[in-house]
Design a protein around this ligand. Structure first.
Ligand code: AVI
Length: 391
């Protein structure tokens, strides 16, 4: 009763009797009385008088348990009719003459934590540079949404991870609903719970899904004023053709139904800065790259030995992309149920491309995808850009 005592004292003076909280059942969100922000009644019994007050829930000192976010896991189900299983996709990529594994397989629970560590490295400038842009320009960004007629957006956070970036924006954009989406389901569940603790009144719908395979969101996600939030230059992990198709799906009224997009994208810069960002002195990115082999072993049943592989990160200037590879240190073979692959020493598995754009090339891509009213903000070195694009 500690929490209510503060309120009772504020209302009726010390020693005025006892107090209790009452929640209006019609306002209560499923399993979550604390979300009934609009309908909290406090009734204070006094030896001589009765006070009935309608108070907001976020009173200082009102230490109630936070609400739980809704969580919908679509990851084990195919996101489109044509979707193939992870094991089949992995076997196909490893069987190609130029072997590859999709970078989405970096993000098991350990991979997600390793990526968090990468974002703290001195060499990995994108995360803190982007954070600086959001910090400096959240006012104009909120204004850009308002200018597009969007006041209480449904903020859809693609590849939400630890939800840290959106959490910093939520107070400025005041979303009606927050929808963190990620393939790393367990990690996302924990992160969504933390956001809910920080914003108990916010309607949160966590969605576990592989959004690279399709952007049709569950019916629990609000259809009006959808603003996709795609920070961190994750769009750069698609080829430009895939990026265009993805942005088109986002803008499509039959799929993503976006009203707008807030997009963070890394810009072209000198090769040394780019390569250091993907091959840091501590070797964290190397571990992140090799952890993919453990994840593949679990999904495919393969017998990769991470010690036999070397991390490589190179800037391919003609393609305007950083490439990450795993290179076999000697001749070796890898087996999995129903398949096998021999790798010669020096042969590579292409694990990631991270495309770098110019402001002009990204603006062009957004326009071709159907977005209009494009604005952007950059940092003082022009290393990174945040775009706002309305449909
Ligand atoms: C998530 N993505 C945008 C990161 C990037 O920079 O391409 C992934 C990453 N790979 C190595 N370091 C970071």
């Amino acid at each position: 009763m500690l929490a209510t005592e503060g309120i009772r004292d504020a209302v009726s003076g010390p020693g005025a009797g006892h107090a209790w909280l009452w929640f209006h059942p019609l306002c209560a969100k499923r399993n979550s009385p604390t979300n009934a922000v609009t309908g909290l009644l406090l009734k204070c019994l006094h030896p001589f008088e009765t006070f009935i007050l309608n108070l907001p829930l976020n009173l200082p000192g009102l230490a109630l348990a936070p609400a739980s976010p809704q969580f919908i896991n679509r990851y084990s189900e195919p996101a489109t009719g044509q979707a193939i299983s992870a094991a089949q996709e992995l076997a196909d990529g490893l069987g190609d003459a130029a072997a590859s594994v999709s970078p989405k397989y970096f993000y098991d629970a350990l991979g997600s934590r390793l990526f968090e560590a990468i974002t703290e490295l001195d060499e990995y400038y994108p995360t803190r540079t982007e954070a600086g842009i959001f910090e400096a320009a959240h006012g104009p960004m909120a204004q850009a949404l308002a200018d597009a007629g969007i006041r209480r957006p449904c903020l859809i956070d693609l590849g939400a991870g630890n939800c840290a970036k959106a959490s910093r924006l939520i107070p400025h954009l005041q979303p009606q609903q927050y929808v963190p989406v990620d393939i790393s389901v367990d990690f996302l569940r924990g992160a969504a719970e933390q956001v809910q603790s920080a914003f108990p009144a916010l309607d949160i719908v966590g969605v576990g899904m592989d959004f690279s395979a399709g952007l049709i969101l569950p019916p629990e996600v609000q259809q009006r004023d959808r603003v996709f939030f795609y920070p961190g230059s994750s769009l750069g992990n698609f080829s430009p053709e895939q990026a265009l198709a993805f942005l088109r799906r986002m803008a499509d009224p039959a799929q993503g139904q976006a009203s707008g997009l807030l997009l963070g994208i890394d810009l072209v810069k000198d090769k040394a800065t780019l390569e250091a960002a993907y091959d840091d002195a501590l070797g964290v990115t190397a571990v992140f790259n090799k952890n993919l082999l453990r994840h593949v072993n679990r999904l495919l049943g393969s017998d990769f030995d991470a010690r036999q592989w070397r991390h490589l990160a190179l800037f391919n200037e003609s393609e305007s992309r950083i490439e990450m590879h795993l290179q076999a240190q000697k001749n070796l073979s890898v087996r999995w149920p129903g398949g096998e692959r021999m790798f010669r020493g020096g042969e590579r598995i292409h694990t990631e491309s991270s495309y770098k754009y110019t402001v002009a090339s990204m603006s062009g891509l957004l326009r071709r995808a159907g977005f209009t009213q494009i604005s952007y903000w950059t940092d003082p070195k022009d290393w990174f850009a945040v775009f706002w694009a309305a449909v």
